[in-house]
Design a protein around this ligand. Structure first.
Ligand code: NAD
Length: 451
């Protein structure tokens, strides 16, 4: 605790020098971070292979390219966002000028998960730097190679008093949460999200929670099934289903279910071959605990594809479960693995009612050719974000704010939202001293008084 308290104090002292807030310094830091990611690219890919068996293509696309895009977006726009914004003056404030300044919080604590262990600490860091904060990163101990690498990379480019990495597990995380940081950005599970929020409540520390949950994927009878099959399977099997926004379960129109199942089976074979668990590019489950948790779901419903496991290598083949009921264990928690339960509906309203009965999801996907029905889904269901006729890729854009609602999280980041998320609005009224309007004072003598 002592060391962490000292680190927070050092960062606060550096923050109050004003340096992290200087625009040129912020731009320089983001450029430095981008250059370091470029230099470390092979090491990042290597660490991701060791921790999660991510293929180079997938790792680059999901963990590195997104970071470059975010850096570029910040470098391009930060100058214009950083100007104080002049706003209108109320009638009662005649003579004054009003401005909104964006202020960094100070020392930001960023706690990351293991599933995209690089991207999910570096993207928030870009936001923290863009807004002018100091930052302490706590990567996930469950992806130890990436955690080590993030620490090395950050130590190589930043002073501790500006950006530091503290490695460790639950104890370290708890100690950090008890330290007097000025802002908390947490990505992880709903259960730990509650612990983080409780810790933040003790000091009323502002926070953002990026959590998870069961993201539904609804496929209507008029969907383009060939594309739907490809896009669902791609999204579900990315990182072996260990993605916060992965389609968790399918809600398929009864009339097209068999056709979709057939196409999804073909797609899995096209993407990963006859025996996906023998494909070196197929991701593995992160650890034994999660492997055991997932294999218990294999007794739910009927396995229509997959169901093979390799305990030694922590592999579970892409598995489709048909005739699953809403009461099965697989429908009671976020799956976070390559297992896809299939449920059906006959009327869209019935699907909407069903989804409304579950906690508000982080993402929702809907496949249909009808703009009207797409609008109905968007307007009638609560969820953080999602895609019409695709899965997952909404989170690859710095132009779309990312986050959940209710149990799937609170707050938004990415692009301009990241800059806003790591700063607060400071409202300033600059009053004139050329004249004074005395109406507000208890005793009114003359009207307008020139000074
Ligand atoms: P987790 O909540 O177990 O761990 C996240 C971080 O919290 C880790 O750094 C861990 O060390 C720390 N931690 C764990 N237990 C703690 C405790 N008791 N007190 C304090 N800190 C603690 O999550 P995970 O298993 O790493 O990640 C999977 C979860 O994260 C899934 O629910 C997934 O949906 C969610 N997730 C969300 C997003 C998003 O952007 N919304 C992204 C990725 C993952």
């Amino acid at each position: 605790m002592e060391q962490i308290t000292k680190l927070v104090e050092q960062q606060k002292a550096f923050f109050y020098t004003g340096k992290p807030k200087e625009l040129e310094f912020r731009l320089e830091c983001i450029q430095k971070l981008k250059d370091a990611v470029k230099r470390y690219e092979p090491d990042i890919l290597n660490a991701l292979k060791k921790d999660l068996n991510k293929s180079e293509k997938e790792a680059y696309m999901t963990e590195i390219a997104t970071v470059f895009e975010e850096c570029n977006y910040m470098l391009k726009n930060l100058r214009s966002w950083s100007k104080p914004q002049k706003v209108r003056t109320a009638l009662t404030q005649k003579g004054a000028r009003n401005y909104i300044y964006r202020e960094p919080y100070g020392v930001s604590l960023i706690i990351g998960p293991w599933n995209y262990p690089f991207m999910l600490v570096i993207l928030p860091l870009i936001g923290a730097l863009a807004a002018g904060n100091c930052a302490i990163l706590k990567p996930s101990e469950i992806a130890p190679h990436v955690s080590r690498l993030v620490a090395q990379m950050i130590e190589g480019i930043f002073n501790q008093e500006h950006v530091a990495v503290v490695e460790g597990g639950v104890d370290t995380s708890t100690t950090l949460l008890n330290a007097p940081v000025d802002f908390i950005f947490f990505t992880g599970s709903e259960a730990v999200g509650k612990i983080v929020m409780e810790a933040a409540a003790k000091r009323l520390t502002p926070l953002v929670l990026e959590l998870g949950g069961k993201s539904p994927c609804i496929i209507d009878e008029d969907a383009n099934l060939e594309l739907a099959a490809k896009r669902i399977i791609w999204g579900k099997l990315l990182n072996a289903g260990q993605t916060c926004v992965a389609p968790d379960y399918l809600l398929v129109h009864e009339r097209i279910k068999n056709d979709l199942l057939k196409r999804m089976k073909e797609t899995i074979r096209d993407f990963y071959g006859e025996e996906p668990i023998e494909n070196p590019n197929y991701g593995r489950i992160v650890n034994e605990k999660h492997f055991e948790r997932l294999t218990r779901f294999l007794t739910n419903g009927d396995i229509v594809l997959g169901g093979k496991v390799d305990k030694e290598k922590l592999l579970i083949s892409p598995t489709i479960l048909d005739r699953v009921s809403w009461d099965d264990p697989v429908m009671k928690e976020e799956i976070f693995g390559p297992i896809l339960p299939v449920l059906t509906f006959t009327q869209l309203n019935e699907a909407i009612e069903r989804v409304r009965m579950l906690p508000k999801p982080l993402a929702l996907y809907y496949f249909s050719e009808s703009e009207d029905k797409q609008r109905k889904i968007i307007e009638s269901l609560p969820f953080g974000g999602g895609c019409m006729n695709d899965t997952i890729i909404h989170m690859a854009s710095p132009y779309l704010p990312f986050g959940g609602v209710g149990t799937s999280g609170m707050g938004r980041y990415r692009g301009k939202s990241s800059y806003q998320c790591f700063s607060y609005e400071k409202s300033i009224l600059k009053q004139t001293t050329r004249f004074d309007i005395p109406f507000r004072y208890p005793t009114v003598k003359n009207g307008l008084k020139w000074l």
